[in-house]
Design a binder for this molecule. Structure first.
Ligand SMILES: Nc1ncnc2c1ncn2[C@@H]1O[C@H](COP(=O)(O)OP(=O)(O)O)[C@@H](O)[C@H]1O
Ligand SMILES: CC(C)(COP(=O)(O)O)[C@@H](O)C(=O)NCCC(=O)O
Length: 327
């Protein structure tokens, strides 16, 4: 096995029962939906899916409704624990603390679709919680800074983010601050958009989606402790798929974008809209192999075992197995 991929397997349960994960085949997991009602329509599901990341109502029923049910139990348990701490501290008034869910995985695995479907389902729980979603691309260094640092070919690698800014953002959210601002990234212009922000105002649940959300902190030499982004998470989901599938999904999405987003005069990839298909494919292959595959192997896959839940997709984007941490 390639050393770079030498991450312990989670997909097979050890005979000795030492695996940190309980593995479910799709059908077994689907049964755990129990009495959770379907709250999305087929049309709404279509609206939530990303380009080249098909998702069906059946997928929502089999995978995401059991997950929504699990999360409703976990959120209630965490709130109970929080209340216990408040009682212990003889606190006069109970502040609410947002429950934070991280969504990690490769470029082109479909994190955005998963995050949007989860947001929609959780917001439709009977107590209608306020659910917000933030993507970490807003915390990327601007292209001018990446160019100055020689990091344009490392976009999406841990060093291409302003991790300090992301940590402060999450600390403010967990501290219960109001109107916390997060910067925004545009896939169209391929850069952070100066002055554009999203505002997060004390949600009940915040979903944080990005390649590197399970990344450990790089330890400073002076011995000071830096938190991990995931220290702020109450739960995390890693979306997993085989390299060959991810490669194909990335290239196919790139080819489809030539007929849509790349035609926009503002698109960073404008020049690729006119390329013949074989040249466009070679460009997409290059971006995948030079940047995204390297990042997947070096930084993203090694964080997989840190997730609370691993959703493993098959070649058609359907989730085939689910691995749930035993806590
Ligand atoms: N060059 C691009 N132009 C426009 N949209 C893009 C481009 N690249 C990716 N996207 C969109 O950005 C979103 C995030 O993509 P990505 O970071 O690969 O994560 P994932 O596929 O896991 O959601 C997706 O909805 C995708 O369709
Ligand atoms: C913007 C991204 C780094 C994803 O960022 P994330 O929201 O996961 O933090 C990624 O979609 C990307 O553009 N990667 C650079 C290589 C490429 O163009 O595919």
């Amino acid at each position: 096995m390639d050393q770079r991929n030498a991450v312990p397997a989670y997909e097979t349960e050890d005979d000795d029962g030492l695996s940190p994960y309980r593995i479910f085949q799709r059908d077994e997991w689907a049964r755990l939906r129990a009495d959770a009602p379907m709250t999305l329509t087929a049309d709404e599901v279509v609206q939530l899916q990303s380009l080249n990341d098909p998702i069906s109502l059946d997928e929502v029923a089999a995978i995401y409704l059991p997950l929504s049910r699990l999360l409703s139990l976990y959120v209630a348990a965490t709130q109970g624990l929080f209340k216990a701490t408040q009682r212990f501290l003889l606190a006069e008034k109970e502040e609410k603390v947002p429950y934070i869910i991280g969504v990690a995985g490769s470029v082109a695995v479909g994190k955005s679709t998963t995050a949007r479907v989860l947001k929609a389902l959780l917001a439709r729980w009977p107590n209608t919680p306020k659910v917000d979603l933030v993507t970490t691309d807003g915390f990327l260094l601007p292209n001018a800074e990446l160019t100055r640092l020689g990091l344009m070919e490392r976009k999406g690698f841990p060093e291409s983010y302003d991790t300090g800014k992301l940590l402060h953002f999450l600390a403010d959210i967990k501290a219960g601050k109001r109107n916390v601002h997060a910067p925004l990234y545009s896939h169209l212009v391929y850069d952070v958009v100066p002055g554009e922000e999203t505002v997060v105002d004390r949600p009940d649940i915040l979903i944080v989606e990005g390649l590197n959300v399970l990344q450990p902190a790089r330890m400073p030499k002076d011995g000071t402790a830096i938190p991990f982004v995931s220290d702020f998470f109450d739960f995390s989901v890693y979306i997993d798929a085989d390299e060959a599938d991810l490669h194909r999904w990335y290239v196919n999405r790139f080819l489809r974008l030539r007929h849509t987003a790349f035609r926009d005069p503002l698109s960073y990839f404008r020049r690729y809209a006119e390329l013949p298909e074989d040249e466009a494919m070679a460009t997409a292959d290059g971006l995948w192999n030079r940047i995204n595959l390297l990042n997947l192997r070096e930084n993203i896959v090694p964080t997989r075992q840190r997730a609370s839940l691993i959703l493993k997709k098959g070649a058609s984007h359907r989730i085939e197995t689910v691995a749930l941490r035993r806590l």
